[in-house]
Write a protein that binds this ligand. Sequence first.
Ligand code: GLY
Length: 418
Amino acid sequence: MAQVLIVGSGGREHAIAKTMLASPQVTTVFCAPGNPGMVADQVQLVAIDELDLAGLIAFARKQKIDLTFIGPEAPLAAGIVDAFLAADLAVFGPPQAVAQLESSKAFAKQFMQRNGIPTADYRLFHDHVAALAYSEQAPLPQVIKVDGLASGKGVTVAVDHPMAADALAQAFETTDTVLIEQFMSGFEFSQMVLVGGNRYSLLPTAQDHKRLLDHDEGPNTGGMGAYSPVPQITPDIIQETIQRVIVPTLAGLSREGLCFNGVLYVGGILTSKGVQVVEYNLRLGDPETQIILPQVTSDFYQAIQDLMAHQQPRLTWQEGETYLGVVLAAPGYPSSPKLGVAVPTIVGADYAGVWGKPGQLVSAGGRVMLVSAHAADLATAQRRVYAQLERVLTGDLIFRTDIGAKGMGSMANPGSPA
Ligand code: GLY
């Protein structure tokens, strides 16, 4: 029987923990540091920060953990997998050299360029004056990206030149590497793949909603809701994504000596030129994971073990239903979320930025929980989630009211701000 350690504290980690606990092989799931919203699902919290690599290694050793699964990007970028492997501990996640595909947008763009992977044209700048001069004569909209991790918030889609100039000024306050990309117009989707050396296994497609407000307005966030699978991403488009993106990405990494076990997340966009890559992540997406993992119908723990042994996993998924989740956030999110706002207890929800006792949770961060439902069609899944929110929500939490609208064709998809 197995014990699993999940590193991270958000809704994604809550969903991974529940999926691991559903395995007949898993007796105990620890989450470091986790959050008190997980306790009702028998997840054991461990008070070790996700960046305390030495503390996590000591815990995994002492507790005889069979598998550590890394949720968020920050510990991956800090080299947690390299540290676990050096300590001879089983860990699912990419080493730091591979995690750069997410932690450095410049690295990712250069990798895509040298491996012929379709993506938007871009220019890289280390100098504010040169960036501004380029931006002033480049076509609009422009996508301005800070190089480095920014929890989905380091990106601005500038629709006019003053907005681009402001974004560049802000970007160069925090970094000396900034990208200016051509804006891609199309239908965005997330295609994640579990990777074990040269084996891989696709997860169902999903679509995130990165903007704070309905109709894709307002600032970028970590993600305000998602649904899965995405009806517009047909089997043909999935095949195209495999052939044009996933296979060449894994082959390119392998050629460059960067084989890994972990997750490849393709932030894709379906454009008039076919599937293009908006971004890579090297971990499961949040909030997509919360509505994808409940679709697993086989032993997820065994699938991860198979991948770590570089064998093809037998991973099966439900077919015929759509899963939809809506993120609830503290007022003021993303710039200054209010702390201490009451957070409801909802069975089956995935909790994130909360503290307090189970049953008396309050906000401790921006996104606090995700509420989901599934049904035979997207419209019914959407209705179920919003009906539930109407029944239980009394406080100040904020959420979008149009999650799933693009999948139903009732809202245009304006493009690629990720
Ligand atoms: N859903 C986007 C992300 O996890 O970065």
